[in-house]
Ligand binder design. Structure first.
Ligand code: MEV
Length: 410
């Protein structure tokens, strides 16, 4: 593919009026007119749907829906819908996507959609009996879990494994007689969730299997809930940007100097929790915006990302950067859990969500493809933030957009 000419590359898109943007996008991507209409306030989520989605509904809440252009992910051009209120996120993401697109685009990898559900076993009178029961009745338990997710089984998913872990005690000064002081066992139930995020499937199956676990172990099942640390469902993205693209008019530094400063910015986040938190927030600026547009539970993705960032006992960066002087490129990568789905949740009821999934074409067709795109967007967002931070800072872009928002120079 001639990398300057791919379909999501739309030079000057931001300069067009809102209406011209819609027409350009429709033509460029060959979309049905109704796809983009679903983003109009009058065509979006209606009151009757809203009333069925949550309790005590009063109305619906608006957010700007924009698109990041220029993305090329695994050789597939894609325009990325982003629902977000913060100025310059979409512009910054599109800008880095353009540079990455010129250098071959993003490459991704994704694990199968395996989620972990947890059963908390308390009042364990005989630890060995409980552990032995889980181990020896593993197949029976898996079959019982599967009885509660027939649709997932029909789609090739279902329970894959069941494992028990005795949890270490904690020293929090508590001396009561509640379960805290007793043996506590976590039973991890691993489920293949197909194209769903998995929360409903996992929680239903856990609640279904709990009586069987109590019967086998003689203990009591307390919590039955999925874990948002979806670390069996990791997505990874990689990209390279030639040094020469990183030099800016505003700075006398060479492209390599800037690339080196970006590596330094990553290393700051890798070494310091205060910086890592903000660094990862920038990654999630992009991922959340796409998650919201596609009707996904961004709180779950956030929780998983932050817990994964602390998996080694110290909170650190979700991305990594290095220089390749032989190729004269800045290399970047990201790895994080992404529990996102393209079925279930609000994907059926919300017209704008359906439109967002249609807009991203093949990336909206499976949970794993959507995770690939989310990882790429997270990496682009992070690189754009670091690039701005090591060169002119982020305020100029922010202020320019604020100025436009308030009518000046619109
Ligand atoms: C602001 O929403 C996000 C940044 O703070 C991220 C970062 O510092 O890397 C710019």
């Amino acid at each position: 593919m001639a990398s300057e000419q791919y379909r999501s590359r739309i030079p000057g898109f931001y300069r067009l009026s809102l209406e011209s943007r819609r027409q350009t996008l429709q033509k460029q991507l060959g979309l049905l007119p109704e796809t983009l209409s679903a983003f109009l306030p009058e065509e979006g989520l209606d009151l009757s749907h809203a009333d069925r989605m949550v309790e005590n509904a009063l109305g619906v809440f608006g957010l700007p829906l924009g698109v990041a252009v220029n993305f090329l992910v695994d050789d597939i051009p894609v325009v990325v819908p982003m629902a977000v209120e913060e100025p310059s996120i979409i512009a910054a993401c599109s800008n880095v996507a353009r540079l990455v697109g010129l250098s071959g685009g993003f490459r991704t990898e994704v694990d199968p959609p395996h989620m972990i559900g947890q059963l908390q076993l308390v009042r364990v009178l005989d630890t060995d009996r409980a552990l032995h029961a889980i181990e020896t009745h593993r197949e029976e338990i898996i079959a019982e879990v599967n009885r509660f997710c027939p649709n997932m089984i029909a789609r090739g998913g279902g329970c894959l494994d069941v494992k028990a872990r005795v949890l270490p005690p904690i020293k929090d000064g508590y001396h009561g007689s509640l379960d805290n002081d007793e043996v506590m066992i976590a039973i991890d139930v691993i489920l293949h969730c197909g194209d769903a995020m998995g929360a409903n499937i996992v929680n239903t199956a856990l609640e279904g299997v709990a009586p069987k676990i109590e019967e086998l172990t003689g203990a009591r099942v307390s919590l039955r809930i999925l874990s948002n640390l979806a670390d069996r469902r990791l997505a990874r993205a990689f990209c390279e940007v030639p040094y020469r693209y990183l030099a800016t008019d505003a700075s006398k530094d060479s492209g390599r100097d800037i690339a080196l400063a970006v590596v330094g910015a990553y290393r700051f986040a890798a070494r310091d929790v205060y910086r890592a938190c903000t660094h990862n927030k920038g990654i999630l600026n992009g991922i959340d915006a796409l998650a919201i547009a596609t009707g996904n539970d961004w709180r779950a993705i956030e929780a998983g990302a932050h817990a994964y960032a602390a998996r080694e006992g110290r909170y650190t960066s979700l991305t990594r950067y290095s220089l390749d002087d032989a190729k004269q490129v800045l290399c970047a990568s990201i790895e994080l859990p992404i529990a996102a789905g393209v079925v279930g949740g609000s994907t059926r009821a919300h017209p704008s969500v359906k439109a967002a999934l249609a807009l991203i074409g093949p990336f909206g067709e499976s949970a794993r493809s959507l995770a690939r795109l989310m990882a790429s967007v997270g990496l682009a967002q992070n690189m754009s933030a670091l690039w701005a931070l090591v060169s002119e800072g982020i305020q100029r872009g922010h202020l320019e957009l604020h100025r436009r928002k308030n009518g000046a120079g619109a």
